[in-house]
Design a binder for this molecule. Structure first.
Ligand SMILES: *Cc1c(COP(=O)(O)O)cnc(C)c1O
Length: 360
């Protein structure tokens, strides 16, 4: 069977064992005579799937009891609106950090709802670094502070989570959730579209502190109010049932692997393989400042950018898929999420060596 190493930024690779397990169970889930897609979301079997998924995620991430886990739809992009709709309700002011294309979209959406201040930005240098953020920059009256922990397009990530004092910190963690341990208690809320490190597209995971739920204005649409999903156990309407099932299989896979500390070791090993090679080479270069580098998304350039298309095409012919960089950055980008095996990164580095020799 043909399987490629898929370096796509999302939707991206899923662990092979997870796909195989889903295949085994596809036609007859747990002796029900049905696939998970055909099960009622109110059935006992599905109840076990959704509560099991939540329980496993709570264990993996060490989610404190005063946080709710919501399984909803709309992608991370819908959170760009839901966050201000639900949380911009006291002073109507919020502070945002602008670290790339996704941050910009979050800022633009929030501006529809209130007074949004950008307290730090790396736009001056094409988002190649993470700007300094400290408590003194934050408006103590702000309803929240928003950051993007990992910038999927630019390949940067916060090494340390900024201390925002009493102002709740909200984070878009779409492209690095579950890649390493994260101290949830530092956040008021985090959210992630599933299609990078969790499962198939169509599911969004929100982890939100109790006290931030229930403040949406009267005219907030029911489906966009966190309270609706929190009070119903994410079963107000039909949730993305198959996506939740796949997410549970991915959470189980991470548990089997030894949890997030173990995952982090492997992810750091993969990123080091690629970065050490790029650093040692005088053919390839990284546009990202060393102290701001993501271990999930690694952009790199060939100074002679006319070779980009050839690189991408020849890599693809060798089963190394979707290495073209985002149009705003150019060059190449290797997204090496949890499901990318070490062997995939090794194959990429081998190809990069060959390509360098042939084109130098
Ligand atoms: C992919 C991505 C998004 C967009 O997610 P959707 O689920 O497609 O809306 C937002 N933020 C970050 C950081 C991302 O990587």
């Amino acid at each position: 069977m043909k399987r490629v190493y898929n370096f796509s930024a999302g939707p991206s690779m899923l662990p092979f064992d997870v796909l195989e397990k889903a295949q085994t169970e596809l036609l007859n889930y747990n002796d029900s005579g049905m696939s998970v897609m055909e099960l009622s979301h109110r059935s006992g079997l599905f109840t076990d799937i959704i509560t099991g998924a939540e329980q496993r995620l709570r264990e993996l991430m060490g989610i404190p009891d005063n946080y709710k886990v919501l399984f909803i739809q709309g992608g991370a992009s819908q959170q760009f609106a839901m966050v201000p709709m639900n949380l911009l309700t006291k002073s109507g002011k919020a502070d945002y950090v602008n670290t790339g294309s996704w941050s910009k979209k979050a800022i633009k959406e929030a501006q529809k709802y209130g007074d949004i201040r950008v307290i730090a930005s790396s736009e001056d240098e094409n988002f190649t670094y993470i700007p300094e953020v400290d408590a003194s920059m934050i408006d103590p009256e702000a309803d929240y502070v928003h950051i993007t922990t990992n910038n999927t397009i630019e390949g940067t990530a916060f090494r340390d989570i900024p201390d925002t004092g009493n102002v709740p910190l909200i984070a878009d963690v779409s492209s690095n959730i579950l890649s390493e341990p994260l101290d949830i208690s530092k956040f008021g809320m985090i959210y992630a579209g599933a299609q990078k490190n969790i499962g198939p597209a169509g599911l969004t995971v929100v982890i939100v502190r109790d006290d931030l739920i229930g403040h949406a204005p009267e005219n907030c649409p029911t489906m966009l109010d966190y309270k609706t999903h929190s009070e119903s156990g994410s079963l107000y309407n039909t949730p993305p049932t198959f996506g939740i099932y796949m997410a549970k299989l991915v959470f189980d896979w991470l548990h089997e692997l030894g949890g997030l500390k173990e995952m982090q070791k492997i992810n750091e090993q993969k990123a080091a393989l690629l970065y050490d090679f790029i650093e040692a080479s005088d053919f390839y270069a990284s546009p990202v400042k060393e102290d701001s580098r993501s271990i999930m998304n690694i952009p790199f350039v060939i100074p002679d950018y006319e070779l980009d298309a050839k690189f991408v095409e020849e890599a693809q012919a060798q089963g190394l898929e979707t290495l073209k960089g985002h149009r705003s950055v150019g060059g190449m980008r290797a997204s090496i999420y949890n499901a990318m095996p070490v062997a995939g990164v090794e194959a990429l580095v081998d190809f990069m060596k060959e390509f360098e020799q042939a084109n130098k």
